[in-house]
Design a protein around this ligand. Structure first.
Ligand code: SAH
Ligand code: SF4
Ligand code: F3S
Length: 475
């Protein structure tokens, strides 16, 4: 038998294009046997990075001849793109695996793959290897571009394929991706994280920070706009440190200015900003921009300077408050949102009160609140004084109440104004309405039909419902 691997080109992306063609032949034969197209279902856990990765996986699979299906029960290929940022994200995966095992028994040609952040943890891979033999492919976050090659290996070798890389400095460009929405799209500008916040597993599972070349980013966005995209979301764990390690360093603010120049692009969003690196240059660029949305997600994590130090966040309470005040002053219509962790090891009632104090002072438009989750291998997991569950629960409830009451007031401040809304979908509950978002990310529902999807409409904010608006189309 000819060893396919010796015939395959060595350079990417050509190597993967080669394996896409090879796998396609196999999928075609199988489809002919079954008398229908083969289908794939991807379950995605976690953040926008994972959502974007799933779009890339789907892009590769469509090239191979798979068709996407919503029907998880019937799909020929089941993929789980996992998250491990908190324990509960992790548990969901094993719940799904049980169900997959019974599905596999019902149709032997059914394939199962697990990828994503959880697979970057050696203990989890060992568990799959020993106790979940029915899983066909395991891969990690660094080699998702290799799906076609891994799939081809399973087709030909018929044994469990496990390929997880510890790290990488490689960025493979020019591979296919599909888009969940026709009018908006996430665009990676950097991968990995170098911050090592002491509670966080992301740097261990996503590797070191790597920025894409600005030319590659601009080229991708221009192509997206030519395909009808009006809004892009620039993605990175810490976009404010974008470009620092490039041979020709550029700042995130400079990149934004280049993106702003792209004709036809209407709105620009980005995620996530680390407060320690948020520059005056960025504030200036945002302030003068016609396209950058009036929304900044600025994770606080804790309001206590003592805890922030233990978290390795590199800012203190005062610096954060100053930054938030400056942002409010310079860009008054900006909506500020945040992430907060409750119950970090050693958190006292006084520390927690500092968090409540920052929340009251900053007046967030919304906040994601998380109960601290111990992640093996992170410095915080080894810290003494893990906080008892009932204490954390009580603090969490108090924080949530405060966050919600402030968000309700903040959300209603635009009542009566006419604002631009990018329409995203027909309303799930009431098909005579559509739903979209304001520049500041608040959701708006108003009477309209599917022809409005992907367009930016002028809508009057009639009534605030706490965290969304009911509006009325003006033109
Ligand atoms: N890079 C982003 C965050 C990515 S993780 C940033 O720095 O803002 C998203 C959020 O999950 C974090 O902001 C944090 O609030 C939360 N998180 C991360 N690790 C956690 C842990 N061990 N327990 C609870 N929440 C955690
Ligand atoms: Fe995790 Fe901190 Fe990196 Fe965000 S910046 S991904 S919280 S280590
Ligand atoms: Fe989860 Fe990985 Fe994102 S751990 S939050 S999916 S980077």
């Amino acid at each position: 038998m000819v060893d396919t691997n010796t015939l395959a080109p060595e350079m990417e992306p050509n190597r993967q294009l080669y394996f896409m063609a090879k796998s396609r032949e196999y999928v075609k034969r199988k489809s002919e046997e079954l008398g229908r197209n083969l289908t794939v279902h991807i379950t995605t856990f976690g953040c926008q990075m994972n959502a974007k990765d799933s779009e890339k996986l789907l892009g590769i699979l469509e090239k191979i001849g798979y068709e996407e299906t919503d029907d998880e029960k019937a799909a020929d290929f089941l993929i789980m793109n996992t998250c491990t940022v908190r324990e509960n994200a992790n548990q969901k995966v094993y719940g799904h695996l049980g169900m997959y095992q019974s599905r596999k028994k019902k149709a032997l040609h059914r394939m199962i793959a697990i990828c994503g952040c959880m697979m970057q943890e050696p203990d989890e891979v060992a568990k799959i290897r020993s106790s979940y033999r029915f899983v066909d492919i395991v891969f990690g976050t660094h080699n998702i571009f290799k799906l076609a090659e891994l799939l081809y290996q399973t087709f030909t070798k018929k044994e469990q394929v496990i390929d997880v890389w510890e790290g990488t400095d490689q960025i493979v460009e020019d591979l296919p991706a599909v888009r969940k929405y026709s009018f908006k799209c996430g665009v990676n500008i950097m991968y990995g994280c170098n911050n090592f916040c002491s509670y966080c597993i992301v740097p261990y599972v996503r590797g070191r920070e790597r920025s894409r070349q600005p030319e590659d980013i601009i080229k991708e966005i221009k192509q997206l706009v030519a395909d009808g995209v009006v809004e892009v979301m620039l993605l990175g764990q810490n976009v404010n440190s974008y470009g620092k390690t490039l041979d020709n360093p550029i700042t995130f603010a400079q990149l934004l200015q280049q993106v702003e120049q792209i004709e036809g692009l209407r709105w620009i969003r980005f995620m996530t900003s680390h407060p320690k690196d948020l520059s005056d240059e960025l504030i200036e660029v945002m302030k003068n921009s016609k396209k950058i949305c009036r929304h900044l997600h600025l994770p606080l994590q804790s309001g206590s300077s003592r805890i922030l130090k233990l978290m390795n966040r590199k800012y203190d309470k005062e610096q954060y408050l100053e930054l938030a005040a400056k942002l409010r002053r310079e860009i008054p219509d900006l909506s500020l949102t945040t992430d907060i962790i409750v119950g970090f090891p050693g958190e006292t009632e006084e520390d927690f009160e500092d968090t409540m104090d920052v929340v009251r002072k900053v007046q967030y438009d919304s906040a994601f609140t998380f109960i601290y989750s111990k992640r093996t291998g992170t410095p915080a997991a080894a810290m003494d004084d893990q906080i008892p569950e009932e204490v954390v629960k009580d603090r969490f409830d108090r924080l949530l109440k405060l966050v919600q009451s402030i968000a309700t007031t903040q959300c209603s401040r635009d009542t009566g104004k006419t604002l631009e809304v990018l329409v995203e979908e027909v309303n799930e509950k009431d098909p005579s309405m559509v739903s979209g978002r304001l520049s500041n990310n608040t959701v708006v529902h108003f009477k309209g039909d599917s022809s409005l999807i992907g367009t930016i409409c002028k809508v009057k904010m009639i009534e605030s419902k706490g965290f969304y608006y009911l509006g009325e189309l003006v033109e």
